[in-house]
Design a protein around this ligand. Structure first.
Ligand SMILES: NC(=O)c1ccc[n+]([C@@H]2O[C@H](COP(=O)([O-])OP(=O)(O)OC[C@H]3O[C@@H](n4cnc5c(N)ncnc54)[C@H](O)[C@@H]3O)[C@@H](O)[C@H]2O)c1
Length: 254
């Protein structure tokens, strides 16, 4: 549990995607620790089950189900699961993503489309499926984008396009749904999760040295920002894309 002592989500329900690991898992724990009923979803159904059971063992309220965010039909089923459970949906954390590398002159069509489907189409599907319930609850959507949406890194054009598109959608949705639903995104810098499992220690050390706070991020660092945007503490904030990167993006250090 977060140990923050906050109870900002008591009586509220959250649906999280890609929550069997890393940032999504930490956010599920954080929201549950603050009182939310959480539906933990992931394409990895067993992983989602494990996270929900851990939350339950710690005294939180959690259920789980499989959800491949690229499947429109699976979104319909997930929304039915959550609304038949608590009859409300207050928070949606759209978190699925992974970076498929390849400079533009090397990238095939399938990789380009796979990247956009996973990181950007999925945001559209998720928002479309949940808007009626989020409207009724005056809810909040938080999307996990990336530092790649803000600055260029060699070899990741499709990832940059997909995550950059999230920034535009956040502004668009914030205007579209005005006072009914708030939309914000977080742009993590380098966060040690499974995505970093095969990264050599030397590269990690160099990345930490280039980061003004002097370390890599943790999933809990990002979960704290997601929880802030999802909570009433951010009730006057919508349409924003916040870098949570230890200052990496504002540093000139190479
Ligand atoms: N870790 C970082 O340094 C970093 C930096 C910037 C942005 N991000 C973003 O953060 C988000 C979470 O990444 P993470 O580092 O926690 O990764 P992670 O590898 O720890 O977890 C990713 C999860 O996504 C799930 N997943 C994959 N495809 C899916 C699908 N089609 N539908 C549903 N779930 C699916 C996986 O099963 C896994 O549980 C991603 O959007 C990623 O792009 C991560």
């Amino acid at each position: 549990m977060s140990g923050s002592g906050l109870t900002r989500f008591t009586g509220r329900t959250a649906l999280l995607t890609a929550a069997a690991s890393g940032i999504g898992e930490a956010t599920a724990h954080r929201l549950a620790a603050e009182g939310a009923s959480v539906l933990v979803t992931d394409v990895d159904a067993e992983g989602a089950r494990r996270v929900a059971e851990e939350i339950g063992a710690q005294g939180g309220r959690a259920r789980h189900r499989a959800l491949d965010v690229t499947s429109v039909g699976a979104w319909t089923e997930a929304v039915e699961t959550v609304t038949s459970w608590t009859r409300r949906l207050d928070v949606l954390h759209l978190n699925a993503g992974r970076n498929l590398p390849g400079a533009a002159h090397e990238l095939d069509d399938a990789s380009w489309h796979d990247q956009l489907r996973l990181c950007l189409d999925s945001v559209f599907y998720g928002v479309r499926a949940t808007v009626p319930h989020l409207r009724a609850a005056r809810g909040a959507v938080v999307i996990t984008s990336s530092i790649h949406a803000a600055i260029g890194f060699k070899g990741f054009p499709a990832y940059a396009a997909a995550k950059g598109g999230i920034g535009a959608l956040v502004r668009q949705f914030a205007v579209e749904y005005g006072g009914e639903i708030r939309f914000n995104s977080v742009l993590p810098g380098s966060v040690v999760t499974a995505l970093w499992a095969r990264t050599p220690q030397g590269y990690r050390d160099r990345t930490a040295a280039r980061t003004p706070v002097g370390r890599l991020g943790t999933p809990e660092d990002i979960a704290a920002a997601v929880a802030f945007f999802a909570s009433d503490d951010a009730s006057f904030i919508t349409g924003q894309n916040l870098l949570v990167d230890g200052g990496r993006s504002i540093s000139s250090q190479e």
